[in-house]
Design a protein around this ligand. Structure first.
Ligand code: LLP
Length: 439
């Protein structure tokens, strides 16, 4: 088969990153200095061009190899109404895991049939909200299935569900972000799956669309995805036999890794997607079965490298013979990942893009905690107070995991394109911080 799409590697930098003649970086044609001047810092910046090309790295190959598909963005990676509106223009749906995420999705242009609802402990109110908006529910466990049976009966509402299974695959990633293995809190055990199916197969209010699985996050190997396609096709065959009808959908989750540092070597998204989709085609056609709709749920690989964080250097503290700290005006409240997962990032002085890296720094945040250090050791151009620091690949799980620790207002998020910037999330104000205080 001739593939018509372009294989593009995931870059560390947003695709529109350039350097102006004054040595300052620009993203989407807007200089970082102008952005910080206009919106302040810390500032999350999202590159429109990178977001769109990341979406297309899924949709283009799938169009060729597996036309009956839906790419559903995993909203937990970063969720704002503006971002979802852009993704809807690229034909993506969204998966949500809470009432808050569902509410955000419902306010966006993503069509309701393209919203999926996940979660291992959905509350009764969340299930009701999903049912009332006819949102596809990914049932995580038998107890949730029982609640749904009760709720659909009580409201006489129809539920369209997928059952989340454990493919029992050990993907090689950080322990905290493995989800497909046997001891995971997510998903229905293989041994319980058919019992769950039998419980609802004749229930006119519950329609089983198919099966879901997700093996983990920041995965660099292609093999687990091929194994996943094989295992899930087998489960789907069993499900189809039990239901006595073909299965409409199969959801293989997300998890493809991205390049945070120069030593990271993730596969091309298109290589993973094509290998996985071809395996599915083989599994179903060799059994003479119709191909179900393929759903994939990427988060990090859609938004990760589209996002950067800009900080202002506020202080430089040299401990002679030990280390030199660069103090930035954010830190663990806008990026908890180095502390939580020992994540590595790529740093630069955005106002000295043309200067050589001659000095070693530790980059420390401004929070009252010794561990608030984004990196202990990075070579950078000689830095001065007032310089703008750029941290790459902060589009995924940074804003969404941000906090108000030390009562820090959350930063603004802007999107850039064709020399223009546009606010997606306003900077929190001091008044926002006490909005819910009662006194
Ligand atoms: N689908 C399901 C059911 C998931 O649980 C996840 C991520 C995804 C899709 C998207 O995975 P992605 O393509 O983004 O790898 N906070 C961690 C990541 C947690 C991932 C949770 N589930 C981090 O900062 O690395």
């Amino acid at each position: 088969m001739t593939m018509t799409f372009v294989n593009k590697p995931i870059t560390i930098e947003p695709t529109s990153l350039t350097t102006n003649p004054d040595g300052h970086y620009a993203i989407g044609g807007v200089s970082v200095t102008e952005l910080v001047h206009q919106y302040g810092s810390p500032l999350y910046v999202m590159d429109d061009a990178t977001l769109r090309s990341n979406c297309q790295s899924y949709t283009n190959p799938l169009q060729t190899v597996y036309p009956n598909h839906l790419v559903v963005y995993a909203g937990k990676a970063c969720l704002t109404v503006g971002l979802l509106n852009l993704l809807s223009e690229e034909g993506l749906g969204v998966d949500v895991v809470s009432a808050g995420e569902l509410y955000t999705a419902l306010k966006s242009n993503i069509p309701q049939p393209n919203i999926l609802f996940h979660g291992n402990n959905k509350s009764r109110e969340e299930l009701e909200m999903a049912l009332k908006h006819s949102i596809r529910i990914i049932v995580d466990n038998e107890q949730e299935l029982d609640s749904l049976i009760e709720l659909t009966q009580a409201y006489q509402l129809r539920a369209r569900i997928m059952l989340r299974t454990k493919p029992e695959i050990e993907a090689h990633t950080h322990d905290y972000i493995k989800t497909g293995q046997i001891d995971s809190k997510f998903g229905i055990e293989k041994s319980d799956l058919l019992r769950c199916v039998r419980k609802v197969k004749d229930n006119p209010l519950i329609h089983i669309l198919g099966l879901h699985s997700h093996i983990g996050s920041q995965i660099f190997d292609i093999e687990p995805y091929i194994d996943l396609a094989t295992i899930m096709a087998e489960h789907t065959v069993r499900l189809s036999e039990e239901l006595g009808r073909p299965i409409e959908e199969i959801n293989l989750g997300g998890g493809i890794g991205i390049k945070y540092t120069h030593s990271d070597d993730p596969p091309l998204v298109s290589d993973v997607i094509v290998a996985m989709a071809k395996q599915l085609v083989h599994e179903f056609t060799s059994r003479g079965m119709k191909l179900p709709k393929l759903i994939v749920e990427p988060g990090r690989s859609i938004v990760g490298n589209a996002g950067v964080t800009l900080y202002t250097v506020g202080g430089i503290k040299e401990i002679p013979g030990v280390k030199t700290y660069l103090f930035i005006d954010g830190g663990m409240s806008d990026n908890i990942r180095p502390m939580l997962y020992q994540s590595q990032y790529t740093f630069d002085i955005a106002t000295k893009a043309k200067q050589p890296a001659i000095q070693t720094y530790a980059i420390a945040g401004k929070f009252c905690e010794s561990g608030d250090v984004l990196t202990h050791n990075v070579s950078l151009p000689h830095a001065e107070v007032g310089d703008i620091m750029i941290v790459f690949d902060t589009g995924a799980y940074n804003y969404s995991m941000s906090s108000n620790y030390n009562r820090a207002p959350r930063p603004a998020m802007v999107t850039v394109s064709n020399g223009k910037s546009h606010v997606w999330v306003k900077r929190e104000t001091l008044d926002d911080l006490i909005r819910n205080d009662c006194y």
